[in-house]
Write a protein that binds this ligand. Structure first.
Ligand code: SF4
Ligand code: SF4
Length: 253
C-alpha cells in the first residue's frame, strides 16, 4: 500500500512524501492530532519544491511563486486524498498549505490547527534549522508541505537523525528585524510585520487611520500605493516582501 501511494504521489507531481506516526508529531502550539481526528492513525506529509521566484528582486514576481505553488500543492493533496478514499476506502482529512487558519483578533497573528513543519519533521522529511524552518535533505529550505490525516495504518517513517543545519548563522545575521535572536523561536510578530506589511495588521492600521482622517487626507490615502498593496493582499492573497530565510539558507542544496 505504501508503495502504491508513493508512486501515485510521484505521478501527481509530489517531490517527496513521508509518513508520520501520530506519536512522533510533537508540536507545542497545536493540539494533538487525535483531538482533530479521533480515528487518525498516520499523517501523510507531501513535500513540494519551490521555484526560484523568491530570489527575484521584483517583489511581485517573488510573491507569485508562493501562490502558484500553493495552488498546485493543494490540488495535488486533494488528488492523493481522493485516491486513498477510492482505492483503500480510507477516511481522509486534508491539511492545505495555508488557509483557513485561526486568527488572534488582537494581534492579527495566524494559528494553524496542524503544524506542517512539525509534521514534516515527524515524517522524516527534514529537520529544523536555526531559522526554524524545515531543511529537506535535497531541496533545502526551498520546500513547502501539505498533509493528509487518515485512518489507514501505514508503516511510519522515522525522523531523520542528521542535523542538516550547517550553523553558518546567515539566517540570524540577515534578519532585518532580529526576529531570530532567541534560539529555537521566531518572533512571529516581528517576522510577520516585516514579511507581510499589507496583511491583517496593516489593513487594520490603515482603516483606523482612515476613520480619523479628514476628507482631504482620506482622498490622499486612497491614492497612495499602500492602499493598492492592501487591495492586492485582499484580492490576490498573501503578498510577502521578505524571503531571506528561504532564499539564503545554503543547507541541503
Ligand atoms: S542559514 Fe545557516 S544557520 Fe540558518 S538554518 Fe540555514 S544552515 Fe542553519
Ligand atoms: S523571513 Fe525575513 S523577517 Fe522573517 S525571520 Fe526570516 S529574515 Fe526575518
Amino acid at each position: 500500500m505504501k508503495d502504491l501511494i508513493k508512486n501515485f504521489a510521484k505521478d501527481v507531481g509530489v517531490d517527496d512524501i513521508g509518513f508520520a506516526s501520530i506519536e512522533n508529531y510533537n508540536s507545542p502550539n497545536t493540539p494533538p492530532i487525535k483531538e482533530i481526528y479521533s480515528k487518525a492513525k498516520i499523517i501523510i506529509v507531501l513535500a513540494f519544491q519551490q521555484l526560484d521566484n523568491c530570489e527575484n528582486e521584483n517583489i511581485q514576481i517573488a510573491s507569485a511563486g508562493s501562490k502558484i505553488l500553493s495552488d498546485f500543492a493543494d490540488s495535488s493533496t486533494y488528488k492523493i486524498a481522493r485516491f486513498l478514499k477510492q482505492e483503500f476506502k480510507a477516511t481522509v482529512i486534508s491539511i492545505p498549505r495555508m488557509t483557513p487558519v485561526n486568527r488572534d483578533i488582537k494581534t492579527g497573528l495566524l494559528f494553524a490547527d496542524v503544524s506542517l513543519r512539525h509534521a514534516a519533521v515527524a515524517a522524516g522529511l527534514g529537520c529544523f534549522g536555526k531559522h526554524n524552518l524545515v531543511i529537506h535533505p535535497v531541496m533545502g529550505t526551498k520546500v513547502v508541505f501539505t498533509a493528509i490525516i487518515t485512518n489507514l495504518y501505514i508503516e511510519p517513517d522515522s525522523p531523520i537523525e542528521e542535523d542538516l543545519c550547517i550553523d553558518c548563522d546567515i539566517c540570524l545575521n540577515q534578519c532585518p528585524v532580529n526576529a531570530l535572536d532567541e534560539e529555537n523561536r521566531t518572533d512571529v510578530m516581528k517576522c510577520m510585520f516585516n514579511c507581510r506589511p499589507y496583511g491583517f495588521a496593516g489593513y487594520m492600521q490603515f482603516w483606523l487611520k482612515f476613520t480619523e482622517s479628514t476628507p482631504k487626507e482620506q482622498e490622499i490615502m486612497l491614492q497612495d500605493r499602500k492602499f493598492k498593496k492592501l487591495y492586492d493582499e485582499l484580492t490576490l492573497g498573501s503578498q510577502y516582501v521578505c524571503f531571506n530565510c528561504i532564499k539564503n539558507c545554503p543547507a541541503g542544496q
